[in-house]
Write a protein of this length. Structure first.
Lengths: 175, 175
DNA sequence: ATCATTTGTAATTGATCGATCACTAATCTA
DNA sequence: TAGATTAGTGATCGATCAATTACAAATGAT
C-alpha cells in the first residue's frame, strides 16, 4: 500500500489560492500560473489535482457554499427565536469580513453561463433559501417567505456594497 | 468640410452587439471578433470606434446606466405618490425583460476591479439611490432611507433570480 | 474625372494561456 | 539498498486574442 505525504492539504491550498486569485482578477482573466504562484507550486502541478481550470472553479465554489451553509446552520441551531434574524445577519457580515474572496467569487459566478457552474450556484441559493425559511417557520416568525426574501435581498445588496466599496448603500437610519 | 454617411449609428450598433456578447459570454472571455460578427462588421473595424476593448465595455455600461436612470425618472415624474414604489418596481421589471443583457452586464461589472469600470458602477449605484430616495422623500413616504434600501435590495435579488433562472427566489406570498 | 476623404477589410503579430510531456528528486517498501 | 511509487518541475505547444498595419473600395467635392 502506498502512503502519501508531502503537503497533505495541497489540494486545499490550491483551492484557497484559486479563490483569492479568481476573486481579485476575475475567473476568466485569472491564469492557472497565478493560482500556482499563490499556492507556492509550479503551474503544471495544478493539473495533477484538477483536470481543468473549470474543475478548480467548481471546487472553489463548493467550498464557498459549504462555508455559507455552515455559518447559517451554526446560528440556526443555537440562536433564540427573537434574535434569529439579527444573528443570521451578523453571521453573514462576519462571513463577508473573514472570507471576502469567497463572496466575491460567488458574485462573479452568478453570471457565468457554463451549465455546471450555474448548477452549483442554483443549488447554493436554493439550499440557503430553504435553510433560512425553514428556520423562520420553526421560529414562528410571521410571513416567513416574505422575511426570507427580504433577508436574501439585503444579502445581495450587502454584496454589492462590499464589492464596490459603497458602504452608504447599506445605510438606513433616517434622522 | 467632410460629411459622414454609411451607417450613421455604427457606433451604437457596436455597443449593442458588445452588450449582448459580453452578457452571454462574459467580458473577459468574449472576443472583439464575436462583437464584430454580431454587429456585422470585421474585427479590426471595432477599433476605429473604440481604442481598446475596455473602452467598449465602459461605453456599454454607460448606455446601460443611462437607460436605468431614464426608466426610473420616467416613473418618478409621472407616478402618483401612493403608487410610486409599485411603479418603480414595475419599471425595473420591464427593464429586465426588455434589456436583460444590460442588466447581466451590470451584474458582471460589479466584480470587475479595473478602476475605470468600478468608478462607472459606483456612480451608477449612487445616482440610482439618489433618484429613488429623493423621490421617496418628496412623496412623503415614511422612512425613505429604509425604503430605498429595501427597494435596491429587492432589485439585486431580482437580478440574481433572473441570471440563475430561479424565479422561486422572488416568491413571497405565504399561504 | 480626378483627387481626397471616409468606410471598410485581409493579413499579421506579439503576447498570453491552458494543457501536455518528458523528466528529476524525493520518499517509501521489502 | 534496490526498486518502485509519489511529488514536483522545466520546456513546450497549439490555440486564442487584442491590436496594428497595409491596403482596397466607395463616396464626395470641385
Amino acid at each position: 500500500m502506498a502512503r502519501k505525504a508531502a503537503s497533505p492539504n495541497r489540494k486545499e491550498e490550491i483551492v484557497s489560492a484559486a479563490v483569492e486569485v479568481f476573486a481579485e482578477t476575475g475567473y476568466y482573466r485569472a491564469t492557472t500560473a497565478q493560482v500556482a504562484g499563490r499556492a507556492g507550486i509550479s503551474q503544471p502541478y495544478v493539473f495533477r489535482f484538477f483536470a481543468t481550470k473549470e474543475d478548480l472553479l467548481a471546487e472553489a465554489l463548493n467550498v464557498s457554499w459549504t462555508r455559507t451553509f455552515d455559518a447559517f446552520r451554526g446560528v440556526i441551531e443555537s440562536a433564540e427565536t427573537p434574535k434569529l434574524e439579527e444573528e443570521l445577519i451578523g453571521a453573514y457580515t462576519e462571513l463577508m469580513e473573514r472570507h471576502r474572496s469567497e463572496i466575491l467569487l460567488q458574485m462573479q459566478a452568478q453570471t457565468i453561463a457554463e451549465p455546471r457552474i450555474a448548477g452549483i450556484m442554483r443549488e447554493g441559493f436554493r439550499e440557503t433559501r430553504k435553510l433560512v425559511q425553514d428556520a423562520f417557520v420553526r421560529a414562528g416568525i410571521d410571513n416567513p417567505k416574505h422575511r426570507t426574501l427580504i433577508f436574501l435581498a439585503r444579502g445581495m445588496l450587502c454584496n454589492t456594497s462590499m464589492a464596490l466599496d459603497l458602504p452608504e448603500l447599506m445605510e438606513e437610519e433616517d434622522v
